[in-house]
Design a protein. Structure first.
Length: 242
């Protein structure tokens, strides 16, 4: 495992974890499209959206800080060449890119099969990210799992891997026997719940946004999306039996 560092590409500074996420997503989408029960219909669908999604995320990440200081950009437009992304611009890039991908998914011929591919690729990317990048939470005297000098920390990345791996095994054993959309609802609900649960062992000082941390907000949004999709699918199934 390694700690995140900044990569200098000309005037652009990209965190290593951002580059890693892009690579993980590409590989996981390629794999999910081929393992999908609807592979012949969804293959080369999501993966063709990735270049546009990456470009959108990169532009928003690099240039959105200018929105918070337009006066300085107006006085010196050349500063745009040397802007570097922030945590806020990173979250904004993820949000806008996710909204665009959701819009593309809703307009795809096989909505739920495409959503399943995106859910599985997201799950694989999350696991790969937690394998490579350690995430230490609160110090503890109870957990002798991960040490850093004289202190012992909650290894959040290890918790997430342990909780998510059973879902991966279950999906690859059951996927072809499940109806389209079921993988999306269960995966979103499970990942969201895992991030909410593990966040309580995290170190939150100074990281709250609207009463929750960004990890908790991500978990809540994913869990709600999965729960809503599950309720909708169950309702449609019950209506079809009438």
């Amino acid at each position: 495992m390694c700690d995140p560092v900044m990569i200098n590409v000309g005037p652009l500074f990209l965190p290593l974890h951002v580059v890693a996420i892009a690579l993980f997503v590409f590989i996981s989408v390629w794999l999910a499209e081929r393992l999908s029960p609807e592979s012949r219909f969804v293959r080369k669908t999501v993966i063709e959206w990735l270049p546009t999604a990456w470009l959108m995320a990169l532009v928003v990440y690099k240039f959105s800080p200018a929105l918070f200081n337009p006066g300085q950009v107006w006085r010196n437009p050349a500063i745009l060449l040397y802007l570097s992304g922030t945590d806020v611009s990173f979250l904004l890039a993820i949000l806008l890119t996710a909204c665009w991908l959701a819009w593309k998914t809703f307009h795809s011929p096989l909505l739920w099969a495409t959503a399943d591919v995106m859910a599985v690729s997201g799950l694989l990317s999350v696991i790969a990210y937690n394998v490579l990048f350690k995430d230490l939470g609160n110090t503890t005297t109870l957990w002798q799992i991960w040490g850093n000098g004289h202190d012992v920390y909650h290894p959040l990345h290890v918790y997430r891997i342990i909780l998510l791996l059973p879902l991966v095994i279950w999906i690859f054993r059951k996927w072809r026997r499940l109806e389209n959309g079921r993988v999306f609802s269960l995966t979103s609900l499970w990942i969201g719940t895992v991030y909410i649960v593990t966040s309580f062992a995290d170190f939150h000082t100074g990281s709250f946004k609207f009463l929750l941390t960004k990890e908790q907000w991500a978990g809540v949004i994913l869990a709600l999306a999965g729960f809503t999709a599950k309720v909708y699918q169950d309702q449609r199934r019950s209506e079809s039996k009438l």
